[in-house]
Design a protein around this ligand. Structure first.
Ligand code: DOR
Ligand code: ZN
Length: 351
């Protein structure tokens, strides 16, 4: 069996910089027409000028002949100005600002310390049609880690939406039933991205037979009931939910450590993971809208002109992705999602 789709987009991905960028960008560029590139570098990408420089670096790391189009999200800080919002609104390569509540995840220490102090900036974003991409968790260490998304929605996101109902909001990497309900209950200015790993796994997968650092990400995997809500949302045909992998490469040594980093790398087989999930539920016909149409519509962009074809030939995932192919395993390896396992879908690229 084969299926052909409009070329999809990844509306949430981390591609890093330097040597890591060179290693990972070919995977995203091989599958997706566009992607929204996350700005949590160190130092963060917080101005239009920095984003355009970072975009150039990404373009120069692409394989020859690639037409991949990186779209940028700027890192919102306490110091972001309305002038920067206006400049972002005028730049076709920039799709919004990423709100990291300070100290919630990787490289978020320059994030926003008080969301309520940013109302002028949010009003300006709403006025100029600039979208706020949201890492939806509270940072408060007293809040149970499994509740941090739902508490954020109750305390911060819902009130913000009520105050500025025409501010474009994307609840990134939705992980809970409450997140799904929030997106469903609000207007068409609000959407949510869903990752492959949150669709595939519940929180048991972090502890299957021992602690599994490569399945640790933020927001952390949740209970099975939440996973089921996400699967229902992604396959429902509701245009408010679309593809965002949150592929976040980390080295083996940074994850296999006494204090391992959050992040799951899925770019090597991103569309195949989603195909596997949708096909398993006998709704592969819902994949194209989720992967290739709804995100473009939300961001008011044309759909990609190209097509991709998937067939149900098996795809074997390597145990690790090294700096140099064929080299010995090393601390710098990336351990990919479903390392050593086999998928029942493979991507064939149409010309
Ligand atoms: O697991 C994650 N990894 N979640 C994030 O929010 C950030 C990301 C990263 O940059 O590694
Ligand atoms: Zn992310």
């Amino acid at each position: 069996m084969t299926i052909t789709l409009t070329q999809p987009d990844d509306w949430h991905v981390h591609v890093r910089d330097g040597e890591m960028l060179a290693r990972v960008i070919p995977y995203t560029a091989a599958q997706f027409g566009r992607a929204l590139i996350m700005p949590n570098l160190d130092p963060p990408v917080s101005t239009v000028q920095q984003a355009l420089e970072y975009r150039k670096t990404i373009l120069s790391a692409l394989p020859e002949g690639s037409s991949f189009d990186p779209k940028m999200s700027l890192y919102l800080t306490d110091d972001t100005t309305e002038t920067e919002v206006k400049a972002a609104a005028q730049c076709e390569h920039i799709l919004g600002f990423k709100l990291y509540p300070a100290d919630t995840t990787t490289n978020s220490s320059s994030g926003v310390t008080r969301v309520s102090s940013m109302m002028n900036v949010f009003e300006s974003m709403a006025r100029h049609g600039v979208v706020l991409q949201v890492h939806g968790e509270v940072a408060d260490p007293h809040v149970d880690i499994f509740d941090r998304e739902s508490v954020f929605i109750d305390q911060i996101l819902f009130p913000l939406h009520q105050e500025l109902p025409d501010l474009g909001l994307v609840l990134e990497h939705v992980t809970t039933r409450q997140g799904v309900d929030f997106v469903k209950a609000t207007n068409h200015f609000v959407a949510g991205t869903i990752t492959p790993h949150h669709l595939m796994y519940n929180r048991n997968e972090m502890f299957r037979g021992g602690i599994r650092p490569h399945n640790y990400c933020l927001p952390v995997l949740k209970r099975e009931t939440h996973r089921q809500s996400l699967v229902a949302a992604a396959t429902s045909g509701d245009p408010s939910f679309f593809l965002g992998t949150d592929s976040a490469p980390q080295t083996r040594s940074s994850k296999q450590s006494a204090c391992g980093c959050a992040g799951i790398f899925s770019a090597h087989a991103a569309i195949e993971f989603y195909a596997e999930i949708f096909a398993g539920l006998e709704c592969i016909n819902k994949l194209e809208n989720f992967a290739s149409h709804f995100g473009a519509d939300f961001y008011q962009l044309e759909k990609n002109p190209g097509k991709i074809t998937l067939n149900n030939k098996t795809k074997h995932i390597p145990e690790s992705i090294g700096k140099d192919q064929g080299a010995e395993a090393s601390d710098d390896d990336i351990i990919p999602l479903m390392a050593g396992q086999t998928l029942s879908w493979s991507l064939l690229l149409d010309s």
